[in-house]
Design a binder for this molecule. Structure first.
Ligand code: ZN
Length: 358
């Protein structure tokens, strides 16, 4: 089948929390249930961090949870292809050179167009205090410079509707569209990223995010399901635009609910010494796809813990073999699988009835 499912490239961390295994788990599960290729995509292309040494640990943590993939993608190993794809866009007239006011911090992580600050899409990197902008990483105040950079113009001609599940995020995508159409998005940085590109005779240091966002082009599959947290909606929007310029692939995004712990459960203790299947079932059935956030719920965690191993294995068989996958209607299949097919109460009833087909 000409379809794959992948995580958006994930930065491995020193320690893998249960929440960090959510997108990889769903990727592996969709791969199995829909019988398509599954890829764990990782992001090591950040020159100021050494995530590399944590990659093996991350993969091994996921393996311990019995989360497996057909393929592992490491952006750093494919940087030549990524750069080649990025250069294609840079040489087009969609990328322009422009001098404008930018805000820079000492460590270089904050490097944003001053006029984009209020729109707060780069909010991950900075915070505003007493009307001043500070870097979340080095905590130094950001200063203003008049500086020339490369910008990608967001031309409405190429901005197509984004396929995303849950459907209510289409509204967020439409908002990004309204906000960004005909705007320019900065794709070169002040600091040395290690990737120099030339535009009209001048060298620029290419933004790493712009580089890895070309990753769907590395795969031959023309239809791709991409899974990430709903905290990455803007990245999905931008990645979709960058890949629409080529008009070859069809991307389907899945934005997972954000896992919250309002009753401050000690999750480490809850999951300690529990088998992989228990952890995965808890993760899956905690998700509430109609909301932005899903709360860990002790009564459900206890309930799953009380099920016999046999019943849990029956659930595992059920969740990983979705019979209604329709390759000609991926958007519908995702919706049907997550909302109708996976439902804790009704899945449990099937198991309790001892339905042999489960
Ligand atoms: Zn900084």
């Amino acid at each position: 089948m000409n379809i794959l499912v992948s995580t958006l490239p994930i930065k491995p961390q020193k320690k893998t929390s249960i929440g960090m295994s959510l997108a990889p788990f769903l990727t592996s599960l969709i791969g199995e249930s829909f019988q398509i290729k599954s890829v764990l995509s990782t992001n090591l292309l950040h020159s100021y961090d050494s995530y590399g040494e944590w990659l093996n640990q991350y993969v091994s943590d996921l393996n311990k949870l019995e989360i497996n993939f057909s393929d592992l993608f490491v952006d750093e190993f494919k940087k030549d292809i990524l750069l080649e794809q990025a250069l294609k866009i840079i040489s087009s007239n969609l990328v322009i050179r422009k001098k404008a006011e930018v805000l820079l911090c000492e460590c270089g992580k904050v490097d944003v167009l001053k006029s984009s600050i209020r729109k707060n899409q780069d909010g991950d990197n900075y915070y505003i205090k007493d009307g001043k902008i500070f870097c979340k990483c080095c905590h130094k105040e950001c200063h203003e410079f008049h500086s020339e950079r490369l910008y990608l113009t967001l031309n409405p001609e190429y901005m197509k509707e984004v396929s995303i599940f849950p459907n209510f995020y289409k509204k967020s995508m439409a908002m990004f569209y309204e906000q960004y159409k005909n705007m320019e998005y900065m794709i070169s940085k002040e600091r040395k990223t290690g990737y120099n590109v030339v535009k009209d005779g001048r060298i620029f240091s290419l933004d790493i995010d712009f580089l890895w966002m070309n990753f769907p082009k590395v795969f031959k599959e023309q239809e791709q399901i991409l899974i990430a947290s709903n905290h990455q909606l803007f990245e999905m929007f931008l990645l979709h635009y960058i890949n629409s310029l080529e008009d070859l692939r069809k991307l389907y995004f899945v934005a997972t609910p954000y896992l919250k712990n309002p009753s401050s459960l000690n999750l480490q203790e809850v999951f300690q010494n529990k088998d992989a299947l228990y952890q995965k079932l808890c993760l899956l059935y905690t998700l509430k796809w109609r909301c932005n956030n899903s709360n860990w719920d002790m009564s459900m965690l206890k309930g799953i813990g009380k099920l016999s191993l046999e019943k849990r294995q029956q659930l595992e068989h059920y969740i990983s073999s979705y019979p209604n996958f329709d390759p000609s209607n991926i958007e519908y299949s995702l919706q049907d699988y997550f909302v109708n097919y996976l439902n804790y109460q009704s899945n449990l009833q099937l198991v309790r009835k001892g339905n042999n087909n489960v």
